[in-house]
Write a protein that binds this ligand. Structure first.
Ligand code: PEP
Ligand code: MG
Length: 584
């Protein structure tokens, strides 16, 4: 009798939550790795260029047809549009033609050369989001390359049985063909947390684990596998015990999500009757669909810098205004907190001719950059004030580190309003003004800064980096990046206490606010509003509903006596383990 294969556990990155159990289906999405180089006679160059252009056109038609067949209003449509634009981007399209001509080589070789250098540029970027864009370039060039060498790609839309996809990599175009009645989830060797493929999986709400490295080498089609998108692991040939355990977990998780999503449209009110606003952080206007689906009480952070990236020049006022107006109108009457441009540091914008900086995180970034470039800043401020005429807008200035910065920012806001007034354009200057508290000096100066604003929003992603001297992108010190570090807890307390004292509101929009285990502490410290990625909203609302504010305040007194992050976490588990750990 054939021995059953032994159970194998593969660890990867949790790209989309959920659990599924089913048969593996290996898709051959290898791309074209081996490309030969050959010379092209001078008189045949234009024919070679036409061959390249025809391959691009075919790739474009294929992608267009995928977009046309996608359901409308899906949040991932913009990802495919980005790929469509990349197909004809000067860096890729123009440069390949240039190399065919200048080096007199075949199109495949020229394309491969361009893609490797572009990939290196993106991978060298500090920002995790931009780093991941290297995979977009590869996906787009693969679609051209397949047409050049005449490989027919396997259509995921044609898969006709209920399976879990296993691939080296999947492009967003592949992923968006997924038929939810057939594909239960997917796993890939490549990919990271911020990859677009993961974003699409989240939008489709199917479990996905990426970055597994050797999944395609170790799994065969028809192997039974369990995908645990919560923990970021895959179990191949599960034992009877694992199967039983995961079947139960799968049912519990599905029930848990169904309940919290259904309830996410209700208010998040503590057991002693205090309402906390649970808001969403967004980067692109398309994300409002998920904010609505997940019951966000508004937009707590609209990161506007993404409209300045992936392009050749600064956007103009009209372009910005239209995007802001869309978001503001759809969300009205709920608030939309538009944060002014937070570029440089980890989000460099290529065309702004900045100097190379030895320490970009401490450099001419964010508000410092905007105050140095009043034209760029006023263009954005005018767009925000104009959009404010269409709904409920708050403005948020990032990275304020000194009193004069908020004074100057306000002055420029007044100037923007005056210019709109003169031109007779509709606008609204009667909006709340806030600052991000994300630099230690702002914590220390909170009482002075409070006199100039209507609210504080604590940005823990940066505050932790600056307060604990830990580069938020450096994997070597990632273990020290602890939101529950007593230094961070005390800083948040200081800011919240000043806000209460001065009668202004205090919010948090850093990722610290998205984690269930942090919620008792944040409530107890007195935060009025928490803002996070839209998918985390139902869970955070559910946790808030199970807590009492009075108890959380008592809990904070005990937390303040702890000397280490581990000590704080231990106390969270001891006090709230029952509520936080047994949700599914
Ligand atoms: C933060 O720093 O906490 C924040 C929300 O802003 P960003 O992550 O965009 O720097
Ligand atoms: Mg920040």
């Amino acid at each position: 009798m054939e021995q059953p294969s032994a159970q194998l556990i593969l660890k990867g990155i949790n790209a989309s939550p959920g659990i599924c159990i089913g048969k593996a289906y290996l898709v051959d999405k290898e791309g074209v790795d081996i490309v030969s180089r050959y010379s092209i006679d001078k008189n045949k160059l234009s024919k070679e260029i036409k061959r390249f252009q025809a391959a691009v056109k075919k790739a474009r038609d294929e992608m267009r047809s995928v977009i046309d067949k996608s359901p409308e209003e899906m949040p991932y449509a913009h990802v495919l549009e980005i790929h469509l634009a990349l197909l004809e981007d000067k860096m890729l399209y123009g440069k390949t033609i240039e190399i065919i001509e200048s080096e007199r080589v075949n199109a495949e070789w020229a394309l491969k050369k361009v893609v490797s250098s572009l990939k290196a540029v993106f991978l060298g970027m500090a920002d995790a989001y931009l780093k991941e864009r290297a995979s977009d370039i590869v996906h787009v060039s693969d679609s051209i390359m397949r047409n050049l060498v005449g490989i027919k790609s396997e259509k995921i839309a044609d898969i006709n049985k209920r399976v879990i996809l296993v691939a080296r990599d999947l492009s967003p175009a592949d992923t968006s063909q997924i038929n939810l009645e057939k594909i239960m989830g997917f796993i890939t060797d490549r990919g990271g947390k911020a990859s677009h493929t993961g974003i699409v999986a989240q939008a489709l709400e199917i479990p996905a684990v990426v970055g597994l490295k050797y999944a395609t080498a170790r799994i065969k089609s028809d192997n039974l596998i369990i995908v645990d998108g919560n923990a970021g692991q895959v179990i191949v040939n599960p034992s009877e015990k694992s199967l039983v355990e995961y079947q139960e977990r799968m049912i519990n998780y599905a029930q848990y999500r169904a309940v919290i999503t259904r309830e996410s449209h209700l208010r998040a009110e503590t057991t002693d009757g205090v309402q906390i606003e649970v808001m969403a952080n967004i980067e692109l206007p398309e994300e409002i669909v998920s904010v609505k689906n997940y019951g966000g009480d508004g937009i707590g952070l609209y990161r506007t810098e993404f409209q300045y990236m992936n392009r050749a020049i600064f956007p103009n006022e009209e372009e910005l205004f239209e995007k802001y107006q869309d978001v503001v109108e759809v969300m009205a009457p709920k608030p939309v907190t538009i944060r002014t441009l937070d570029i440089n540091g980890d989000k460099a914008v290529g065309y702004q001719n900045g100097q190379d900086e030895a320490n970009p995180a401490l450099g001419l970034r964010s508000i410092r950059y905007c105050l140095r470039k009043p034209d760029v800043f006023i263009t954005q401020l005018r767009a925000i004030l104009r959009a404010a005429a269409f709904g409920n807008v708050r403005i948020l200035f990032p990275m304020i580190a000194a009193y004069f910065e908020i004074c100057e920012a306000r002055k420029l806001l007044d100037q923007a309003a005056e210019s709109l007034e003169k031109e007779g354009l509709p606008y609204n200057r009667d909006i709340e003004i806030g600052i991000m508290i994300e630099v230690p000096s702002a914590v220390v100066l909170a009482d002075i800064l409070a006199d100039k604003v209507d609210f504080f929003s604590i940005g823990t992603n940066d505050l932790i980096q600056y307060a604990l001297a830990i580069d938020r992108l450096n994997p070597h010190v990632a273990h020290l990046y602890q939101p529950l570090d007593p230094a961070v807890v005390r800083m948040v307390k200081q800011v919240a206490d000043v806000a209460k004292d001065k009668g202004i509101e205090v919010f948090m929009c850093g990722e610290m606010a998205a984690v269930a285990h942090h919620i008792p502490l944040l409530l107890g410290l007195g935060l009025d509003e928490l803002s996070m990625n839209p998918q985390s909203i139902p869970q955070v609302k559910q946790v808030i509903r199970s807590l009492s504010l009075g108890d959380a305040q008592t809990f904070v007194q005990a937390v303040l006596k702890k000397k280490t992050a581990r000590g704080v976490f231990g106390l969270v588990k001891e006090t709230y383990g029952d509520i936080l750990d047994n949700r599914y």
